[in-house]
Write a protein that binds this ligand. Structure first.
Ligand code: SF4
Length: 227
């Protein structure tokens, strides 16, 4: 069943969320994970306030102002009407980016094959052993399936991780780098440091240190720190 109002809010303009493009972000309400460091508890636990037609009308008025639409959340791939929405965005002539936790590889596959998505940002939460404690979910296998799919399809995409010293410390990141290396991941691996003093889903303590690019394991794959 389609949700009448799946979108929690819209960020009208950003230069940071789609590489080299101006974009707007549609934040979808709800998520199938409960990451303890999640910065968006209102979106994850909140109700949608905007319908797809309201979002499309919003976009149509900005055809000459923005190049791309980022479908984010929450977890946007939970929305059953995502393919139809992407088709509408394509008709307007905008690029589509999906931010995902990787839990819906079948939908991602379909969207790639129908050429309805131009760029994907895939969260690599943590290693399998710690996945439940960090995300509150048992969806690690689906993340791996999505990663395999993106590597195979050669679509433009990135893999990214939020680093928190007490949750995903250096030893864990080392294992994650090994895993990406084993998968023959060729892109940049983006690591964003947890922003201390944020309101989060899990109410966690601050990270005690930031990820350090000087670490010796950095050269297995290309690592880029975002903050
Ligand atoms: S950080 Fe986790 S809980 Fe928050 S939106 Fe992303 S996948 Fe969902």
């Amino acid at each position: 069943m389609l949700v009448a109002k799946p979108i929690y809010s819209i960020t009208p303009f950003t230069l940071l969320d789609y590489p080299d493009k101006t974009a707007c972000i549609l934040w979808f309400a709800g998520c199938n994970m409960r990451c303890v460091y999640c910065y968006n508890p209102d979106i994850v636990d909140g109700e949608g306030k905007l319908s797809v037609s309201e979002a499309i009308n919003f976009l149509k008025k900005r055809v000459n102002l923005i190049d791309a639409v980022v479908l984010s959340g929450g977890e946007c791939t939970r929305f059953k009407g995502l393919i139809e929405l992407a088709k509408e965005i394509k008709k307007i002539g905008m690029l589509v980016k999906i931010d995902t936790n990787g839990s819906n590889p079948d939908l991602i596959k379909e969207m790639i094959e129908q050429k309805l998505v131009d760029y994907i940002a895939l969260d690599f939460k943590t290693i399998e052993k710690n996945f439940f404690s960090v995300t509150g979910s048992k969806l690690h296998n689906r993340f791996v399936n999505t990663l395999d799919l993106l590597i195979e399809k050669k679509i433009a995409y990135e893999v990214r991780t939020t680093f928190h010293s007490e949750l995903i410390g250096k030893q864990t990141i080392l294992k994650m780098i090994d895993f990406l290396s084993f998968k023959k991941y060729k892109g940049n691996y983006f690591i964003q440091n947890y922003r201390n003093d944020s309101a989060t889903l899990g109410g966690i303590k601050n990270s005690e240190y930031k990820f350090n690019i000087e670490n010796p394991f950095q050269n297995k794959i290309k690592i880029e720190i975002r903050n």
